[in-house]
Design a protein around this ligand. Structure first.
Ligand SMILES: Cc1cc2nc3c(=O)[nH]c(=O)nc-3n(C[C@H](O)[C@H](O)[C@H](O)COP(=O)(O)O)c2cc1C
Length: 237
């Protein structure tokens, strides 16, 4: 127990809270394979409460969250996400960015299959699988809208993980304004709202994803000035 006397944290078991928090951060993955098991109302409420308590510029709280559970509506989101991802990755392929991203993958067959999966948009088509998809939309007039909604989304991702469920943040259906407008029309979202992303939420089907690589902390944290490493690079074990 390491209470911070005289503060709101006086009752907090700091060690336990820190360990639990880092465990959740560590466990979070973008989950793209789901069972159709229902997300309980209790879990869903906790997840959405976490979003409600996210910070926002000037406390504007510009967000609205649409809970989508109807199969037909989820299939619409899957179709539009697939189309959005397909467009984006085709753009990356044509501009040769994709080839650069995969240049270390030497197996020609594997490269080709990765390109096909990405450019087809199939990578984002899974959103019809989970029990819940949440649409995150917000008032266009609010300056910090993308930051505010991103804070809420990250709260949701961590809360989902804490509940032992899986989630994935998808910008796919909102990358292209044509898709976003279709989505807004379908779900009756008013014209003064911008849809930022959707999040799939459900029980992971067991194919728990490996952690994607992250840059070394010594390469991303600087001291006082850009480029001056704050941490020493650790020897790779
Ligand atoms: C802003 C943002 C947009 C994303 N959009 C998509 C998406 O459209 N489709 C998808 O399958 N994953 C999407 N992702 C998930 C990323 O691919 C994933 O976070 C990244 O590869 C790291 O993997 P991890 O989340 O498992 O650590 C998105 C993530 C973020 C933060």
């Amino acid at each position: 127990m390491d209470p911070r006397p005289g503060t709101a944290f006086a009752e907090l078991d700091v060690k336990k809270a820190t360990d639990a928090f880092m465990e959740i951060v560590d466990l979070r993955r973008s989950v793209r394979h789901y069972t159709d098991a229902p997300v309980s109302e209790e879990d869903l409420r906790m997840i959405l409460e976490s979003a409600r308590w996210a910070p926002s510029g000037e406390n504007a709280q510009p967000w609205k969250f649409i809970v989508v559970r109807d199969k037909k509506n989820k299939e619409f989101l899957s179709m539009i996400s697939k189309r959005g991802s397909g467009r984006r990755f085709t753009g990356e392929y044509l501009s040769k960015q994709m080839q650069k991203r995969f240049e270390t993958l030497e197996d020609e067959e594997k490269r080709r299959s990765a390109f096909t999966k990405l450019t087809s948009g199939e990578v984002s088509a899974f959103v019809s699988q989970p029990d819940v998809v949440v649409i995150i939309t917000g008032r266009k007039e609010v300056w910090d809208l993308p930051f505010d909604t991103s804070a809420a989304i990250e709260h949701i991702l961590l809360a989902v993980t804490a509940a032992g469920l899986g989630a994935c943040w998808l910008v796919a259906p909102c990358i292209d304004i044509r898709d976003e407008l279709k989505l807004n029309e379908y779900f009756g979202i008013p014209e003064d709202y911008k849809t930022i992303s959707i999040i799939s939420i459900g029980e992971s089907s067991g194919r728990y994803p490996n952690a994607r690589p992250r840059n070394d902390i010594a390469d991303i944290v600087y001291s006082e000035k850009y480029g001056e490493a704050y941490y020493q690079k650790e020897e790779k074990k």
